[in-house]
Ligand binder design. Structure first.
Ligand code: FAD
Length: 416
C-alpha cells in the first residue's frame, strides 16, 4: 500500500519511481540516522561544519544534485512535461529526512533550470561543469532586501517597489551595489543569481535585471549566517555588494527579470509545498509508531478515541495537501492558465495544514513532544519556516484573489 500523503506509485513513470526509491534509500540509510544520532548538532554555531561534507557527497552519489542540470553536463535528464511533478516527489522524500538539507539541494535544482533558460552558453559550460564536479557546490537566489520582499512577490509594478540594489553598466562591466538578506544557501554558496534595479524611472517589473555573480567576485561579501528556528542544516545568509563588478555577459535578464524567472518561481512554490509535505509525512510516521506503543489508561494510545480522531485528522490533511500538490504540479508542467493560482494555493494550504499536522504530533507525544531528544518538536520548527518562504501566507492569498478578480483586487496602495 502507498504511504499516507505520497503520490501513489501507479501515477509515477518508471524514471520517477526509480528516483523516489533511490532518494528514499538515501534518506533512510544516511539522513535519518544522521539526524537521530545527534539532535543537538543542528544547534552548533559552527555553521561551516554543522552539516558534515559526507552528507552532500552521498546525495551526489545518489544522483540527487543533478536534478535540473541538463544531461550534457552530467545532470539527470528530466522529462520537461513532468519536471515539476518530479521535483515535487523528490523534494517530499528529501524533506522526510531533513527539510534544511532539502532546502540546500532544491535551490540548486531551481537555479540550474533558471541558468539553463537564461545564461549564455559559455557560462553554462563553465558553471554546470564546476557544479557537477564538486558535491559541496551550492547556489543561491538573491531577491529579498532589508526593505522587504512582499512588494516584489505581488508584484507591485511601481518605482517605489523597486529593488534598492542597483546595477550600473560602465566600461564593459556591470557594477552592483546593495544588500540582500534572508537568502537560502546565502552563507555558503559558490554562485549567486542577483536581482538589481537597472532603471529607477520605471516600474519594478521593467526596471529589474538579474545577474550571475560568482562568490569570489571582488566587492561581494557574505556578512552573516542567519540563525533560524527551523531548516537549520541550510545556511541562510546576508550578502553585501560594494562596487561589485561583473562582466557584461553575466547579465541574465535585462529588464523584466522577475517575469523571466517564472521557470524558477512556479516550480519553487511546488517544491516548498512538497518539502512541507515531507515534514508532515515524517511527523505522521513517528506519531503512528508512538501511539501504537505508548500506553495510558491501560491501553495503547490509538485505542483512545480522542487520539484516533487526531491521527485521522493528520492523515486526511496529508492526503489533501498531496492531492492539491499533484494538481498544481501538473498545471505547471502543462503550463495551464490556472497554474500560478494553484501554486499559491498549495503553498498556503501546505504551510498551514502541515503546521497543524506537526502540532498534533507534538501534542500526542506529551512531554516528549517538547524534548529535543525525541525529534518531534523539530518537525514543528521546520514547518514553521515555510510560512514565510516563497512569499508569506497573506501575500500568497492576496495573489490568489488577484488572479480571481484581476479588475478589482490588487491595486497598489501608494507610497506613505
Ligand atoms: C528560511 C527563509 C529562506 C528564505 N530564502 C530566500 C531566498 O533564497 N531568496 C530570497 O530572495 N528571499 C528568501 N527569503 C525571504 C522571503 O521570501 C521573505 O522573508 C518573505 O517573502 C517575506 O518578505 P519580508 O520578510 O520582507 O516581509 P514583509 O514583506 O516586510 O512582510 C511583513 C508582513 O507584512 C505583510 N504584507 C506585506 N505586504 C502586504 C500587502 N500588500 N498586503 C497584505 N499584507 C502584506 C506580510 O504578509 C507579512 O505579514 C527567505 C526567508 C526565509 C524565512
Amino acid at each position: 500500500m502507498d504511504r499516507v500523503g505520497e503520490v501513489p506509485g501507479r501515477y509515477l513513470s518508471d524514471e520517477q519511481r526509480l528516483m523516489r526509491e533511490t532518494c528514499r534509500r538515501y534518506v533512510d540509510d544516511v539522513v535519518r540516522p544522521f539526524i537521530a544520532a545527534d539532535r543537538e548538532r543542528e544547534w552548533s554555531f559552527d555553521v561551516a561544519t554543522r552539516l558534515p561534507a559526507e552528507i552532500l557527497v552521498e546525495a551526489d552519489r545518489a544522483g540527487l544534485r543533478g536534478l535540473g542540470v541538463p544531461e550534457q553536463y552530467g545532470g539527470v535528464g528530466l522529462d520537461p512535461a513532468a519536471q515539476s511533478q518530479t521535483f515535487s516527489i523528490i523534494a517530499t522524500e528529501l524533506a522526510r529526512g531533513d527539510s534544511g538539507l532539502a532546502d540546500k539541494l532544491v535551490q540548486n535544482w531551481k537555479i540550474s533550470v533558471l541558468l539553463h533558460a537564461l545564461a549564455p552558453q559559455h557560462l553554462q559550460d563553465e558553471w554546470f561543469a564546476r557544479y557537477m564536479a564538486d558535491p559541496q557546490f551550492l547556489m543561491a537566489h538573491c531577491l529579498t532586501e532589508p526593505r522587504g520582499a512582499s512588494d516584489r512577490w505581488l508584484p507591485y509594478n511601481v518605482p517605489e517597489a523597486a529593488m534598492e540594489t542597483r546595477a550600473v553598466r560602465e566600461n564593459g562591466h556591470w557594477t552592483i551595489n546593495g544588500r540582500k538578506q534572508f537568502i537560502s544557501n546565502g552563507y555558503d554558496a559558490s554562485l549567486y543569481v542577483v536581482y538589481a534595479n537597472t532603471n529607477p524611472s520605471v516600474g519594478l517589473l521593467e526596471g529589474t535585471s538579474s545577474f550571475l555573480v560568482p562568490r569570489d567576485t571582488p566587492g561581494l561579501e557574505v556578512t552573516r549566517c542567519n540563525e533560524t528556528v527551523g531548516g537549520r542544516y541550510m545556511n541562510n545568509g546576508e550578502i553585501v555588494f560594494e562596487d561589485c563588478r561583473v562582466p557584461e555577459d553575466h547579465l541574465l535578464a535585462h529588464g523584466n527579470a522577475l517575469g523571466k524567472a517564472g521557470v524558477y518561481f512556479r516550480p519553487g512554490k511546488i517544491i516548498v509545498a512538497a518539502k512541507n509535505l515531507g515534514i508532515g509525512i515524517a511527523a505522521f510516521e513517528d506519531t503512528a509508531a508512538w501511539v501504537q506503543q505508548r500506553v495510558q489508561g491501560g491501553r495503547i494510545l490509538i485505542k483512545h478515541q480522542a487520539v484516533a480522531l487526531r491521527v485521522a485528522a493528520m492523515a486526511t490533511k496529508l492526503e489533501a495537501v498531496s492531492a492539491l500538490l499533484r494538481r498544481a504540479a501538473i498545471a505547471v508542467d502543462e503550463d495551464s492558465p490556472d497554474a500560478t493560482r494553484l501554486c499559491d494555493m498549495v503553498k498556503v494550504f501546505a504551510s498551514q495544514e502541515i503546521l497543524e499536522v506537526c502540532q498534533h504530533a507534538v501534542e500526542l507525544h506529551g512531554g516528549y513532544g517538547a524534548m529535543l531528544e525525541a525529534g518531534i518538536e523539530k518537525y514543528f520548527r521546520d514547518a514553521a519556516v515555510y510560512l514565510h518562504t516563497d512569499a508569506t501566507v497573506d501575500v500568497a492569498n492576496f495573489k490568489i484573489t488577484k488572479t480571481l478578480f484581476p479588475a478589482t483586487a490588487g491595486t497598489y496602495a501608494g507610497p506613505e
